[in-house]
Design a protein around this ligand. Sequence first.
Ligand code: ZN
Length: 230
Amino acid sequence: MARHAATPESEKEKRRKWILLITLLLSFAVMVTSLFFLAKIRGWRVRRNDKTLLTIVNAETLAPADSAQTLTFIDDTHMVDARCAYELEQMLADCRAAGHDPCVLAAYRSESEQRELLNAMTEDYMADGSPLEEARRRAAEEVEQPGHSEHQLGLAVDIGGNTDETGTQRWLEEHAWEYGFILRYPAGGEGLTGGGCGENHFRYVGLDAAKQIRELGITLEEYVSMFYSN
Ligand SMILES: [Zn+2]
C-alpha cells in the first residue's frame, strides 16, 4: 500500500512532466498551424494563374500602355476581355434566375472614350451654369481621368438593375466572387482604392483571387501588395 502512495515530491515531478508535455503539444500545434498558413500563402502565390488579371489601375496608377487584350462583345454595345466573358455571362444569367434584372451599363472603354466621357460630363456641368474650372473639377469627381480607368483593361463592368437596382446589387455583392469578380470599391475602402468608378463597378480578377480577396475582406490594392509585390 505504502509503496503506491505518492510522496509530495513525486506529485510535483508528475505535474512538471504534465506541464512539459502540454507545453510541447502546444508548441507543436503552433508550429503545425504556422506551417499550414505558410503553405496556404505559398499555394496562393504559386497559383498566381495570370498576374495580368490583377493589374492595378487607379488615380495614381496608369493603365499599362501595352494592354493588348482580346475583346469580345457581350451584347450589342459592350465589349470585355475575352477571359472574363463566359463568367460574366454566367453571373448575369444566375442573377436573372434568382429573380433580379441586371443590365450592363458600362464595360470596356478605350482611353479616348474615357476622355470623351469626361469631356461630356464637363460640358453637362457647363450647360448647367458652372464655369469651366468648376465644371472640370465636378466632372473629375465622377469620372476618372483618361488612362486611369479600369474599364480600359476590359476586366471591369458597371452593372445596374432595370427595375430592381438594390436587389440586383445585393445579389452581385454576395455572389460575384463565385464568378471571379470582386466589388472593386467596397464602402470604407476608399482610402486605398480612391473610390474609383462607384458602387456598381465589378472587376474580374479570376476565381482564386476573387475567393481569397473575399475571404480576407481586403481591397485589390491590399491583396496585390500582400501577395504580389516583390
Ligand atoms: Zn466602372
